[in-house]
Design a protein around this ligand. Structure first.
Ligand code: ADP
Ligand code: MG
Ligand code: MG
Ligand code: MG
Ligand code: MG
Length: 442
């Protein structure tokens, strides 16, 4: 629903809202909240509320710290799990500088820029995300563990699946918040779940993904469980991905659909695939931004490792599902839910547009199981591999001018700084695996 400020004023009264959370995300996609009382709402809706940007990761230095929150009224939603008495609502905000210009380090603005570029070419991006997550037990102190209720219930003859109950509750709450839930199911691994909601335009979906993660975690907690979107919490079982189904619209119809070609895909669709495949090494730094992300991108668990596309197979980077007409789309299978959805959609869109602008033909689709090909066969088909570590990926990002440009200098610099620290920290630590391998051996 596209609400105006006046709609927000009315709804706040109707629902008896006492507190409004003003939300935005930092560069890493972490949701931030500034809670205001309803008395301050007028000020907020007039874009007069300030906050200290220097305390937000990746934003600004102390000496330039004042920033304004411009709430987007169309994102208004009342949290269904709070009592009507003193209801709590939220508004997602854009970040502005004191001089009234948009803050270039705001991830939502990064996505807005890419969307504007698409609009200039006549396109709107539609996205359907499939975020997977685990539901784990908490210990006596309430801290999350990696112990699964599923495993605990494996030999149980009277299974009371806490996870299923929690998931149903998540679906109910999300529905009340305006999500059109298409499916929710148990995933491959024990304790792993997926809830799918209907595709929408890129900005709406990025807002929905951050909201989704926050709702899932909140409801899990209310069921005495801990939800995690960490890409690979447990070695040896499937990790959590966030496939991004993508399509472009032009003049109100799906621009990826062309009934006149043998496979019914338009030339734009093929170029879009070509653009994504060209820029995927750099995109990966954004769609798979943690050290842990790369422990998911290994063979054997349906996560992609090779840069290829296919109509049938679920092993390659990009799959084109069989649906045509309005549902014609490509499914990018590498992203994981630790990414910042605003930045992830911005870099995908930018890469796809680059494909269209520069007529980047994708290689031929590969409908064989790539994992079964020998290295020689792969080389012959020109199938590259995705970056194998965060360090690889950030290097690839640093040498890709198109993706760097999509992020803008500010985000790029802060992102690289933070990821360098993260990588250095990781590589200096001694991990349990090393002790197991070497301690008694040497
Ligand atoms: P999978 O078969 O990979 O498990 P799902 O059914 O779980 O796929 O998810 C498919 C996603 O694709 C849904 O979010 C759906 O709304 C979305 N989708 C459908 N049509 C389009 C489209 N034209 N553009 C973008 N996303 C779409
Ligand atoms: Mg799915
Ligand atoms: Mg499905
Ligand atoms: Mg899945
Ligand atoms: Mg999928």
């Amino acid at each position: 629903p596209l609400f105006t400020s006046d709609d927000v004023r009315t709804m706040v009264k109707d629902y008896g809202v006492k507190f409004v959370r003003l939300q935005f995300t930092d560069i890493f996609g972490v949701l931030k909240n500034v809670s205001i009382t309803v008395e301050q709402l007028e000020k907020a809706l007039n874009n007069e509320l300030m906050f200290d940007g220097s305390s937000i990761e990746g934003f600004v230095r102390i000496e330039e710290s004042d920033m304004y929150l411009y709430p987007d009224p169309s994102t208004f939603v009342v949290f269904p799990w709070k009592p009507r008495d003193g209801a709590v609502a939220r508004l997602i905000c854009d970040i502005y500088n004191t001089d009234g210009t948009p803050f270039i380090g705001d991830p939502r603005y990064v996505l807005r820029r890419a969307i504007a570029e698409a609009a200039e070419m006549g396109y709107t991006m539609n996205v359907g995300p499939e975020a997977e997550f685990f539901l784990f037990h908490v210990d006596e102190a309430g801290r999350p563990t990696t112990i699964t209720h599923d495993r605990a219930g494996y030999f149980d003859m009277t299974p009371v699946d806490l996870g299923e109950n929690a998931r149903r509750d998540m679906v109910l709450n999300l529905s009340q918040m305006g999500f059109e839930i298409e499916a929710s199911h148990h995933e491959v691994a024990p304790a792993q779940h997926e809830i799918d909601f209907k595709y929408s335009d890129a900005l709406d979906i990025a807002d929905k993904v951050v909201t989704f993660k926050f709702v899932v975690r909140t409801i899990a907690q209310r069921h005495g469980l801990a939800a995690t979107f960490m890409p690979k919490p447990v070695f040896g079982i499937a990790g959590s991905g966030m496939h991004l189904n993508q399509s472009l619209m032009k003049n109100g119809t799906n621009a990826f659909y062309d009934p006149g070609t043998p496979n019914k895909l338009s030339q734009d669709c093929l170029y879009y695939i070509g653009g994504i495949m060209k820029h995927i090494p750099a995109i990966t730094a954004i769609t798979n931004p943690t050290v842990n992300s790369y422990k998911r991108l290994v063979s054997g668990y349906e996560a992609p490792v090779y840069v290829a596309w296919s109509y049938r197979n679920r092993s390659p980077l990009i799959r084109v599902p069989a649906k045509r007409g309005q549902s014609t789309r490509i499914e990018l299978r590498s992203p994981d839910p630790s990414c910042n959805p605003y930045l992830a959609l911005a870099v995908c869109l930018k890469a796809g547009l680059d494909g269209i602008k520069n007529k980047i033909e994708p290689p031929a689709p590969c409908d064989r199981n790539i994992y079964e090909l020998t290295p020689e066969e792969r080389a012959e088909l020109g199938i590259a591999i995705l970056p194998e570590s965060l360090n690889d990926a950030t290097y690839q990002l640093s040498i890709d001018p198109v993706i760097t440009d999509a992020l803008g200098q500010h985000v790029m610099q802060r992102f690289m700084e933070a990821k360098r620290i993260e990588w250095d920290n990781y590589r200096q630590h001694v991990h349990p695996w090393e002790l197991e391998q070497y301690l008694s051996k040497f």
